[in-house]
Design a protein around this ligand. Structure first.
Ligand SMILES: [Zn+2]
Ligand SMILES: [Zn+2]
Length: 423
């Protein structure tokens, strides 16, 4: 750079400084001169360290402690009843600074997301179901089986609404789920610790506004929703002056307006717009109008709800995300609401404190192994196995010569003797 050009560059900086009323000292001038020189050359002293960590703008699972007064919410499913790889069905995980974790709905595919977060499954043992549509509880079987295999040695505690008849309630649905997995359970007895293959269901009256959980400073209130048939509810969680409200599915209703008033994080369904329900979801126009505006909450109605309850952060979910879908939903929401808004997608993360709500995406490893195990497994004995009938047992083909060394290898590695099974 020539002296003349340098003076010209410096002059520009000074002019800019003076223009905004900034006094530039001789020392600042030297710094600016160096900066101008560096900018010109494209090198010079780097402005950030090449080796020091910088603050991330994404959430890396299991890498951040919650402050004692902080709440973290992670969307583990935001989609529709029909599967798509980009979105699991409804599931929101709420983590509190006191160590408690709560699941609101466990839709199809959401358990993959939960495992992606690498949270020990022993801590994923409290589930609050809004209603019994598959896209809101279809993942419960995976949480029951996979959670039990991967380290939950206690029952899953499940809260959910009654129905207009006993067979339409949460208790009947979970009992049926356990029966469905009887073969799965028997096949594991004597091989793994199966104490987690159990449930404790708290079914409550879907018509009442009532506190259904109150432990360790956490209060969860259930209240009626209007969706499909009788037996849908929404929830509000209160802890340490922070609140999370979750609609599950519902037509706009008076209970939600009351319960969500001035809450911190308010998650409400916001359905795919009617034209897209016809063109992309392939419903008939009649079905699209009925489902998209009467059974669910249309985006314009979502906006009207949020304009009324005025949350610190409104969260819209239950539409297909993507460049060809989200903008259309957003445009409709913005016709009726101009406040703080998150258009939820899977793995969106909200860190909520009294002062701030930080919204990020989680970056996760797709090829995860099992999460860490929080509590020791109970030793099991092969003698407890249900075993095979003689006809099936007699069909074993002999591979003892290649399997025996595996037992010896394990024994040597761990300094123990493992009995070779007498089959
Ligand atoms: Zn539903
Ligand atoms: Zn739904």
């Amino acid at each position: 750079m020539t002296q003349r050009r340098l003076r010209a560059v410096l002059g520009l900086f000074f002019a800019a400084g003076l223009a905004v009323g900034v006094y530039v000292s001789t020392l600042d001038g030297a710094v600016l001169l160096a900066a101008a020189h560096a900018a010109e050359s494209g090198k010079g002293e780097p402005m950030v360290s090449p080796v020091e960590a910088r603050e991330r703008d994404f959430y890396a699972p299991n890498s951040e402690n919650l402050a004692p007064d902080e709440m973290r919410v992670i969307a583990c499913g935001t989609g529709m009843p029909t599967p798509r790889p980009a979105q699991a069905a409804a599931c929101f995980l709420v983590e509190l600074g006191n160590g408690e974790k709560f699941l609101f709905d466990v839709g199809d595919g959401s358990v993959e997301r939960l495992f992606g977060l690498q949270i020990p499954t022993a801590f994923l043992d409290k589930v609050f179901l809004g209603h019994l549509h598959g896209d809101h509880f279809g993942g419960i079987g995976a949480l029951y089986v996979a959670g039990g295999i991967a380290g939950r040695f206690t029952p899953i505690r499940i809260w959910g609404p009654s129905g207009s008849r006993p067979e339409l309630g949460t208790k009947a649905a979970i009992e049926a789920m356990e029966k469905m997995y009887l073969w799965d359970l028997e096949g594991r007895i004597g091989q793994t610790d199966t104490r987690g293959f159990a449930t404790v269901v708290t079914e409550f009256d879907y018509k009442k506004v009532q506190v259904v959980y109150e432990e360790n400073g956490v209060k969860i209130t259930a209240f009626p929703a209007i969706h499909a048939i009788d037996g849908s509810v929404s929830y509000r969680l209160d802890w340490n002056g922070l609140s999370f409200v979750y609609s599950s599915d519902t037509y706009p209703n008076k209970w939600f307006i009351e319960q969500a008033q001035d809450a911190d994080l308010v998650v409400h369904e916001c359905f795919i717009a009617v034209p897209d329900l016809v063109a992309r979801y392939r419903l008939t126009p009649e079905a699209a109008l009925q489902v998209g505006t009467q059974i669910h909450t249309a985006p314009e109605a979502f906006g009207k709800i949020m304009s009324t309850v005025k949350p610190r952060m409104a969260v819209a979910y239950h539409f297909w995300t993507g460049i060809d879908s989200s903008p259309g939903v957003l445009e409709r929401v913005r016709k009726t609401y101009d406040g703080p808004l998150s258009m939820a997608k899977d793995y969106m993360v909200w860190n909520v404190t009294k002062d701030d709500i930080r919204v990020r995406m989680a970056a996760f490893e797709h090829e995860t192994w099992n999460p860490p195990v929080a509590y020791p497994a109970k030793p099991v004995s092969a003698e407890d196995r249900v075993g095979y009938s003689p006809e099936i047992e007699a069909g074993r083909w002999n591979v003892d010569d290649v399997i025996r060394p595996i037992y010896e290898e394990a024994g040597e590695a761990l300094g123990r003797k493992f009995e070779y099974p007498k089959n």
